[in-house]
Design a protein. Structure first.
Length: 208
C-alpha cells in the first residue's frame, strides 16, 4: 500500500457504515412490502433494532434513507475510478469502475443476476412519485462526485466542460441501461447492458 493511501476505516466507522446500510435496506424493503406511504421512520428503526433518534443521526427522512443508496453507489464508483491504473484509458476506467461498484454492497464483476430485493429497490427509486425530489437531489450530488473524479484523472478543473459532460453522459447511460434492464422479465445480469451503454460514449467524448 502506498504511504499516502488513507488508512482503512476503524471498527467504529465500519459499525456506523453497517448501520447506515442496514437502515437504508430496511427502508427499501419495508416500502416495497407495505407501500412507501405506509412506512414510518419508527418502523425502519425497529427493523434494524435501533431508536428513531439513531435513525435521525444518519438520515433526515425515509426518502433520504432510500435515495442515499444512489449517492453511496456514485461515490464508490468515483473512488474506484480514482483507484484505477493510470495506464487504463479513461473510458475503460469508467466502465470498470462502474461495473465494480454498481452492486454497492460488495465488489462484483456485474455478471451475477441481482436478487429480487435489489431489483425491487431499483424499481421503487425510479417509480415512487414521493421519492422523485429526493432522487433529483441525490442525482445532482452523484453527478458532482463523478465529475470531480474525472477531473482528477484528466487533470482539469471539475467545473470545466469536459468532466461535466462526461459525468452527465455516464449518468444518462447508466439510467438508460437500468430502465432497459428493468423491462426484461425477469431482469438478468446488468453488466452487459452497462458495458454497452457506456461503451457507446467514447466516440463522441474523447479525452482532452
Amino acid at each position: 500500500m502506498d504511504a499516502e493511501d488513507p488508512a482503512p476505516p476503524g471498527l467504529r466507522e465500519r459499525k456506523k457504515q453497517r448501520t447506515r446500510l442496514a437502515l437504508s435496506w430496511a427502508a427499501i424493503r419495508l416500502s416495497v412490502e407495505r407501500g412507501y406511504a405506509n412506512v414510518r421512520v419508527e418502523d425502519i428503526a425497529d427493523e434494524v433494532g435501533v431508536s428513531a433518534r439513531t435513525f435521525s443521526n444518519y438520515f433526515a427522512s425515509k426518502g433520504e434513507a432510500i435515495a442515499a443508496r444512489q449517492l453511496d453507489r456514485a461515490r464508490l464508483i468515483a473512488d474506484e475510478l480514482r483507484a484505477r491504473p493510470a495506464s487504463e484509458p479513461l473510458w475503460t476506467a469508467i466502465r470498470n469502475a462502474a461495473r465494480a461498484r454498481i452492486a454497492l454492497d460488495r465488489p462484483t464483476d456485474g455478471q451475477a443476476t441481482p436478487d429480487d430485493q435489489w431489483i425491487a429497490g431499483v424499481r421503487l427509486m425510479l417509480t415512487e412519485p414521493a421519492l422523485q425530489a429526493e432522487m433529483f437531489r441525490i442525482s445532482a450530488a452523484a453527478h458532482d462526485a463523478l465529475a470531480a473524479a474525472v477531473a482528477d484523472r484528466v487533470g482539469v478543473d471539475p467545473e470545466d466542460l469536459y468532466p461535466q459532460l462526461v459525468a452527465g453522459s455516464v449518468g444518462a447511460a447508466m439510467q438508460a441501461a437500468v430502465r432497459r434492464w428493468l423491462r426484461a422479465d425477469p431482469p438478468g445480469p446488468f453488466a452487459p447492458l452497462l458495458d454497452d451503454a457506456i461503451g457507446r460514449l467514447p466516440a463522441g467524448l474523447p479525452p482532452p
